[in-house]
Design a binder for this molecule. Structure first.
Ligand code: AHR
Length: 490
């Protein structure tokens, strides 16, 4: 049995809806076929944007989408992706499979996609191989409302009205694919580039510096020290790799030991966020600078027979549990974590959506985003959870992960996952400071390696929980093995 005690009187930080963001890169079939198709492809679309994908993203209230990369961002020259499609430059996507990138999806298309979904764009600029002028002109092109060369070019290309672009990243992984820089060098480059990323009219830019790779605490230290006062946010990238980068392990075929190993590796996010926050606290005690975990998720071996450069992997209940525990960690750290972007939205890595031709599958990870959507912009509540140790000798972890919040209407939402692969867990949930209220629940449960595919798209689905009984002031329900639930108390 596990006891969850939610103290409704102890209100903490606001859980930014942007924690539930996604990431899209010109990589494999994320953009092309994943979200963007030829208008005459026979796949239902509006201006090339897949209607099925747009609707699925609207359902989870996708708040923000990062684009165009990733490593692709520091090789991307935005002017290649504007103007008449037949004139756009065809280039090699050197990072991802060496395929031809025809630039048919560029700035206008990305912003149109965000408009259809109703999410905020987060654009990542090029520091590694781009110029200061190029970055400056990109912001002018998108947001300047008046007489200027870039505003005129935008109008010539069919969009006289400026867009609003709040989130802008100054480089990606500049410690690696974004230029192999040292932190002090990058920090100076960051200061220079961001100077020319201007606020035009009412568009106030939230400038994001490239942050560390996992536990590279020295990177955070130096970049915060040198450039902390010039940024609104700093990013963090961490991927859950079960074994090694050379042999990561299959997405669908894994043992119980490997299941726990993956979850243990995912839990490392707690330590990373805590320690990077401690460093940031020294330079920014008032929490003016946000931490954006703008790439996270599982990275398994690609599906057999697929292009290794496309990073296409299936998505099981194990991935759903990684999402559940990670999102709970972000909620708990929402006083510093202001955005997170799972990698990647469609057909790449821990995708929430898979597509094949005109078919679409919602993965178990998608359903976790659905179960957690009521946390968007809600207030985190202090929560105590009684747990027990599970796992293997090598990879021990606690069985239950929880977070809870109260929304603007006073409704309480508790997301709880039982990470045990084999044992169900009866739960007693008590609210301190609030009496009465009916509890209802939705749940995702399945075998640890269950997944949805194009033949069986509904193997793993959210279902309503049966009656939640009340006993001595506590709500009682059972979390089956390998399950995640949202309990709502109105
Ligand atoms: O998401 C795949 C790649 O992982 C991104 O392009 C890069 O930023 C990271 O290394």
């Amino acid at each position: 049995m596990s006891r969850i005690i939610v103290n409704t009187l102890d209100k903490k930080s606001t859980i930014s809806r942007n924690i539930y963001g996604n990431f899209s890169e010109h990589l494999g079939r994320c953009i092309y076929n994943g979200i963007f198709v030829k208008e005459d492809s026979g796949i239902e679309n509006v201006n090339g944007m897949r209607t099925d994908v747009v609707k699925a993203l609207q359902n989870i209230k996708l708040p923000v989408l990062r684009w165009p990369g990733g490593c692709f961002a520091d090789e991307y020259h935005w002017k290649d992706g504007i103007g008449p499609k037949e004139n756009r430059k065809k280039m090699i996507n050197t990072h991802w499979g060496g395929v031809v990138e025809d630039n048919s999806f560029g700035t206008h298309e990305f912003l149109e996609f965000c408009r259809q979904v109703g999410c905020e764009p987060y654009i990542n600029g090029n520091v590694g191989s781009g110029t200061v002028q190029e970055m400056s002109e990109w912001m002018e092109y998108m947001t300047f409302d008046g007489v200027s060369p870039m505003a005129a070019l935008r109008a010539e290309n069919g969009h006289p009205e400026p867009w609003k672009v709040k989130y802008f990243g100054v480089g990606n992984e500049n410690w690696g694919c974004g230029g192999n820089m040292r932190p002090s060098y990058y920090a100076d480059e960051y200061r220079r580039y961001q100077t020319y990323v201007r606020n035009y009219g009412g568009n106030k830019v939230f400038r994001i510096a490239c942050g560390p790779n996992g536990d590279d605490y020295n990177w955070t230290e130096e970049v915060m020290q040198i450039a902390g006062r010039y940024m609104d946010g700093i990013s963090l990238h961490y991927y859950t790799v079960t074994h090694t980068w050379d042999k990561k392990g299959s997405a669908t075929e894994f043992s119980e030991e490997e299941y726990y190993k993956t979850l243990k590796k995912a839990y490392y996010m707690e330590e990373l966020v805590t320690k990077h926050t401690q460093i940031m606290d020294r330079y920014d005690p008032e929490h003016k600078v946000g931490l954006l975990v703008d790439e996270w998720g599982t990275w398994h071996d690609v599906e057999p027979g697929t292009n290794p450069g496309f990073l296409y992997q299936q998505n099981t209940m194990r991935d759903a549990m990684v999402a559940a525990l990670t999102l709970n960690i972000f909620n708990e750290h929402s006083d510093r974590v202001v955005m997170a972007n799972i990698a990647q939205m469609v057909n790449v890595l821990q995708a929430i959506i898979l597509t094949e031709g005109d078919k679409m599958v919602l993965t178990p990870t998608y359903h976790v985003f659905d179960l957690y959507k009521n946390h968007h912009d809600a207030t985190l509540l202090s929560t105590f959870t009684e747990t027990k140790e599970i796992g293997t000798e090598e990879d021990k972890l606690q069985n239950i992960t929880v977070s809870s919040s109260v929304d603007a209407n006073g409704v309480i939402h508790v997301t709880a996952a039982n990470l045990s692969a084999t044992e169900s867990c009866p739960v007693e949930l008590t609210l301190l400071g609030k009496y009465g209220g009916k509890a209802t629940g939705r749940m995702l449960a399945g075998d640890r390696s269950a997944y949805n595919d194009f033949d069986c798209p509904e193997t793993v689905q959210i279902r309503e929980m049966g009656e939640i009984t009340e006993k001595d002031g506590a709500y009682c329900f059972t979390l089956p093995a390998c399950s995640v639930a949202e309990i709502t108390i109105a």
